[in-house]
Design a binder for this molecule. Structure first.
Ligand SMILES: [Zn+2]
Length: 397
């Protein structure tokens, strides 16, 4: 049998088959979950991560992804809102979207709304109405302050309210059938003029660096080219795309059923350049070797710091932190793991079983090295360490 026949057709461009380029082995499935019992944490499920790329559009996907392994529910905690840096970024985004899209009186869907912080703020600032969907939403369902929340996935086929605008932040990359999702969302607009804002991790960043953001819940990895490609193929008009948050996130703004006669200047109708795509294809080609080298380098670095008595700790037990621990500290050589989120304190992380402590424990521990996996939080963490009376070198993994 021809091996090529086994390869999945590209979700983004639909024109070529995905070619495997890096097998990361088995990694935690529930990287955003933390356990009360150590035994439950280390026995938590793992899944295989085998990255494959489209040679035509640079779309990347975990072709070993098994959707039935990953059940989203209210025990999951992927909340980024405990960070002041992320809150500030979100607040600025609310202002920007409201200024440009004039959302007063409009109906906004937030698909993958998390705990609803962003939608509540958007509705509050704009005077619009909001409907949020997320199987991980653990708050009160029903309407409050202009926003209605559903603790479930956004309905397919029909059942969405007559929306004017949709937002989806850090959810699109989790979907097993991203192309079908986009087609359905456009069809449910029923010919109305609608706009949308989607934010995902930027695959240029993820795949050009060590790859700590290559986590099981992320099925797809988009750069500018493949993100524009999948929206275009699904019948959306790409209005703009760019990076945010120190280059770690990528946004795309899209429209459907927009009357051409209005001659909006913002629309260029051009996909990101082939040069950007080629650069991403080069990053993909070097990923497996780079990823392996980074894993080894961090294992060696932690061992050296430990031997020097520097008591290295990891600050940040989010999904990136969990992936870092899985790949670089299986031996539990770190002196500790801390996180700002009180829901994680005293609990254990998946597979490796590291226990999460509050940052205040660092005052006693006095580590000389603090490892972070997210450069966007460097300044914020530096200030917190100063407040705690800790003098430590911050190392960005
Ligand atoms: Zn493709």
């Amino acid at each position: 049998m021809n091996a090529q026949q086994d390869h999945r057709l590209c979700d983004a461009c639909g024109e070529d088959r995905l070619v495997p380029f890096a097998d990361l082995g088995e990694i935690p499935v529930l990287c955003g979950v933390h356990w009360e019992a150590h035994g439950d944490a280390v026995a938590s499920p793992v899944g295989r991560m085998e990255l494959a790329a489209c040679p035509r559009c640079a779309y990347v996907r975990n072709v070993a992804f098994e959707p039935e392994k990953l059940v989203y529910d209210t025990t999951m905690d992927t909340n980024l809102h405990f960070s002041p840096a992320f809150q500030k970024f979100s607040a600025e985004l609310v202002e920007s979207l409201n200024d440009r899209y004039d959302l007063a009186g409009k109906l906004v869907l937030d698909i993958g709304c998390g705990q609803g912080e962003f939608l509540r703020e958007l509705v509050h600032v704009s005077g619009g109405r909001g409907v949020g969907y997320d199987a991980m939403y653990a708050g009160v369902e029903g309407e409050q302050d202009g926003a209605t929340f559903h603790a479930e996935f956004a309905p397919r086929g029909s059942g969405l309210p007559a929306y004017d605008f949709f937002t989806s932040r850090h959810w699109f990359e989790h979907i097993d059938d991203p192309y079908e999702f986009l087609v359905d969302l456009r069809e449910q607009a029923n010919g109305r003029e609608v706009f949308g804002y989607v934010e995902v991790p930027d695959a240029v960043y993820d795949l050009a660096t060590a790859g700590w953001e290559v986590i099981y819940p992320h099925v797809s990895y988009f750069d500018a080219y493949s993100l524009a490609m999948i929206f275009s193929r699904a019948g959306w008009t790409v209005e703009s795309t760019g990076t945010l948050f120190s280059g770690m996130f990528r946004y795309i703004e899209v429209s459907a059923n927009r009357p051409r006669s209005q001659g909006h200047a913002a629309y260029t109708g051009e996909l990101p350049s082939l040069r950007a795509r080629d650069k991403q294809l080069a990053a993909i080609a070097g990923f497996a070797e780079r990823h392996h080298a980074e894993r080894q380098r961090w294992r060696d670095t932690i061992a050296r710091l430990d031997a020097e008595g520097a008591k290295p700790v990891l600050w940040g037990a989010g999904s990136r932190g969990v992936q870092f621990l899985t790949l670089a500290d299986r031996e539990l050589a770190l002196a500790g793991v801390v996180d700002l989120n009180p829901r994680k304190w005293g609990r254990f992380l998946p597979v490796t079983g590291h226990r999460v402590e509050p940052p205040s424990t660092l005052t006693t521990l006095q580590p000389k090295a603090v490892i972070i996996t997210n450069p966007a939080y460097r300044e914020e963490i530096g200030k917190s360490l100063a407040d705690l009376g800790v003098t430590a070198e911050i190392l960005v993994a």
